[in-house]
Write a protein that binds this ligand. Structure first.
Ligand SMILES: Nc1ncnc2c1ncn2[C@@H]1O[C@H](COP(=O)(O)OP(=O)(O)OP(=O)(O)O)[C@@H](O)[C@H]1O
Ligand SMILES: [Mg+2]
Length: 157
């Protein structure tokens, strides 16, 4: 069984994330969306809230599972018998950091491959930070986040 891990902070999930999850689910037998909790950034949504938002919006994708993990991603991958990491690339500036991370992860686990999926054109500018900024000032979130979680995001502000 071919398993891929798609890691991120997902604070909160956006349509850009959902697009990468949907496309990955067609390429692999199983996709493990992994909420990483060791970020230095102070999150807006708790881990449980983030898991819930992702689960609600991916429940139609039967081969997608959602979990959280704290620690080195390579350890999670090993634990799950997975050797593919999925990363979304929006702009060139994503590339430099992600390329460094891919090499760093490979140094820890040589059989681990990082697979880059290009962002869909309509989500190239989209990030969780942009969504939070828009929500804070009552901006229009239509098309940027899944409709079923828009209210959850608005309720935070
Ligand atoms: N709009 C998007 N299109 C494609 N990939 C994306 C998009 N937004 C995020 N990703 C990818 O999803 C993964 C997880 O991203 P992450 O949780 O850091 O979200 P983010 O939107 O960049 O959040 P933040 O604003 O907090 O940095 C990364 O591989 C990232 O490149
Ligand atoms: Mg980011």
């Amino acid at each position: 069984m071919k398993i891929a891990v798609y890691p991120g902070s997902f604070d909160p999930l956006t349509n850009g994330h959902l697009d990468i999850i949907t496309r990955s689910s067609k390429l692999f037998d199983k996709v493990l969306v992994t909420v990483l909790t060791n970020s230095t950034k102070q999150p807006l949504f708790s881990v449980e809230e983030r898991l819930d938002l992702i689960r609600r919006t991916t429940k139609h994708l039967k081969n997608v599972e959602v979990e959280s993990f704290s620690g080195l991603l390579v350890n999670f991958a090993k634990e799950k018998n997975c050797n593919v990491l999925i990363k979304g690339l929006r702009v060139v500036s994503d590339f430099e950091y992600e390329f460094q991370m891919a090499l760093a992860n490979k140094s820890q686990m040589p059989e681990l491959e990082t697979l880059f999926l290009p962002s869909a054109q309509e989500y190239m500018f989209l990030s969780s930070s942009i969504v939070k900024e828009l929500a804070r000032y009552h901006g229009d979130l239509t098309g940027l986040v899944p409709p079923e979680i828009e209210q959850d995001i608005r309720n935070k502000f």
